[in-house]
Design a protein around this ligand. Structure first.
Ligand SMILES: [Zn+2]
Length: 106
């Protein structure tokens, strides 16, 4: 058994998260930078840099393209086994793409 009650520990976690609301993550899911914005000047930043935005757009577009190719392949004449393979690749690619927010979808 833990030495402290569970409720007390989860309370501390809530506070730790709350103290960090001054920043938010970059919209590139591959990036670990956090962004700050004063709230009163210019457009709020979604990415840490123009280059990071470009990389996220490229990665998301590449996933979208690979997904489209597999959707087209499914329309063809396939063995049951090949269809299963493509469907599982599709599920995995869509899962990867789900990490990219709207701002990275072009
Ligand atoms: Zn970034």
């Amino acid at each position: 058994m833990p030495s402290r009650p569970f409720d007390e520990m989860s309370d501390e976690n809530v506070h730790a998260t709350h103290d960090d609301v001054q920043t938010r993550p970059c919209d590139n899911p591959e990036c670990s930078q956090r962004l700050t914005w004063s709230g009163n000047r210019g457009r709020p930043p979604l990415f840490c840099s123009a280059n990071c935005r470009k990389r996220a757009l490229y990665a998301a577009a590449s996933l979208v393209q690979r997904i489209e190719v597999r959707h087209l392949a499914l329309a063809g004449d396939l063995t049951y086994r090949r269809e299963r393979e493509i469907r599982s690749e599709l599920a995995r690619l869509e899962w990867l793409l789900s990490a990219y927010p709207v701002s990275a979808r072009g």
